[in-house]
Design a protein around this ligand. Structure first.
Ligand code: TYM
Length: 344
């Protein structure tokens, strides 16, 4: 297998409010990776419409994700920040991948099963083919590393399977077109960290999610200090004091979640957090968590609101980002077409 230059790609759907899980599971990693890597950060609006969206709200949600990237510290000059639908090659490559991926692979995707629920017959074809589009997002840029939360691991594995099958199926044509080894890299997920899977504040066994009907289940990036304080204070816990070390968190999902969140927000580890708070009651720990969360998230929310008040500015950034993304996407797509046997 050829070695590919390292390149980072990730995306967030413009649906609902961004929450602490999106921030800690994904955006914090983007901010760190921009220091060492060439990065593309996408607002995946084509993915958003796999379930119905109100067009007016969708436009605002696209801008909100872009604002969240920038407000969190992703530099739009250094990195490519753009929305997926402005680079037509995503949809083009996704079609080719629809013809590479197998029904059986997609049938196994847990996110599809969850989102489609019992009424599978009524789910859109886009929702089923969603992971093939995600593979196209990543591979269009030959990205090698994909920072995501744990819930996306299965989708990245599918992207690896698609890359591998394309490389195998078209091996002769890839060689005939002058490429050494495989054409696509096998992208690696970057998942590790104390907040790879942030859980609901109401139920430590359920993922924090945009679609949970309870607002108290999640902290949104747009929450003000009062809302953050209320949600943390109301967060479910158990009656025991905090344990002295990480091992003591076993079987205590709510405690484990809050300690993980504290560790992630303070760039620390669960063990270090428990060295400080082991033996404390939750009331003490929750107050410290409120202070930390407000200190860390407050300025981001404020900056998001400032940016969102100037939609023309965000739109111009997205247009410029999309132009830069196309500079990479277009030549790669031309090569894919040659490999597949299209005339252009
Ligand atoms: P999305 O929009 O659901 O979530 C965006 C990112 O947030 C992470 N995340 C979490 N991390 C930790 N704890 C949680 N509770 C939590 N909830 C969400 C997700 O793992 C994700 O990293 N399919 C993707 C979007 C996508 C994409 C891509 C990602 C489309 N194309 C290409 C990477 C590369 C999604 O629905 O993410």
């Amino acid at each position: 297998m050829t070695s590919f230059p390292e390149r980072v790609f990730s995306g967030i759907q413009p649906t609902g409010n961004l929450h602490l899980g999106n921030y800690l599971g994904a955006i914090v990693k983007f901010v760190a990776l921009q220091k060492t890597h060439e990065c593309l950060f996408c607002v995946v609006d084509l993915h958003a419409i796999t379930v119905p969206q109100d067009p007016k709200e969708l436009r605002q949600a696209i801008r909100r994700i872009a604002a969240a990237y920038i407000a969190s510290g992703v530099d739009p000059a250094k990195n490519i920040i753009f929305n997926q639908s402005q680079v037509a090659e995503h949809a083009e490559l996704a079609w080719i991948f629809n013809c590479v991926a197998r029904m059986g692979w997609l049938n196994r995707m847990t996110q599809f099963k969850e989102k489609a629920g019992k009424d599978r017959e009524n789910a859109s074809i886009g929702l089923f083919a969603y992971p093939a589009l995600m593979a196209a997002d990543i591979l269009l840029y030959k990205a090698t590393h994909v920072p995501v939360g744990e819930d996306q691991k299965q989708h990245i594995e599918l992207a690896r399977d698609v890359a591998q099958k394309f490389n195998n199926d078209f091996a002769d044509s890839i060689a005939a077109n002058g490429h050494q080894g495989g054409f696509f890299p096998l992208p690696e997920p970057l998942i590790q960290g104390p907040a790879a899977r942030v859980m609901s504040l109401r139920d430590g066994t359920k993922k924090m999610s945009k679609s949970d009907p309870s607002e108290f289940s999640r902290i949104n990036l747009s929450d003000d200090a009062d809302a953050i304080a209320q949600k943390v204070r109301k967060a479910k816990t158990d009656p025991e004091p905090l344990p002295l070390a990480k091992d003591g968190l076993g079987g205590r999902p709510e405690a484990e979640n809050l300690v993980g969140i504290f560790a992630a927000l303070s760039d620390s580890t669960p063990d270090a957090v428990l060295q400080q708070f082991g033996g404390s009651q939750f009331s003490t720990f929750k107050q410290a968590l409120v202070d930390l969360a407000v200190e860390r998230l407050g300025p981001i929310g404020a900056e998001m609101r400032r940016l969102e008040a100037d939609p023309a500015y965000i739109d111009s950034l997205l247009r410029e980002g999309s132009r830069r993304a196309r500079e990479i996407a277009e030549p790669n797509m031309c090569q894919v077409k040659d490999i597949v046997g299209f005339i252009r």
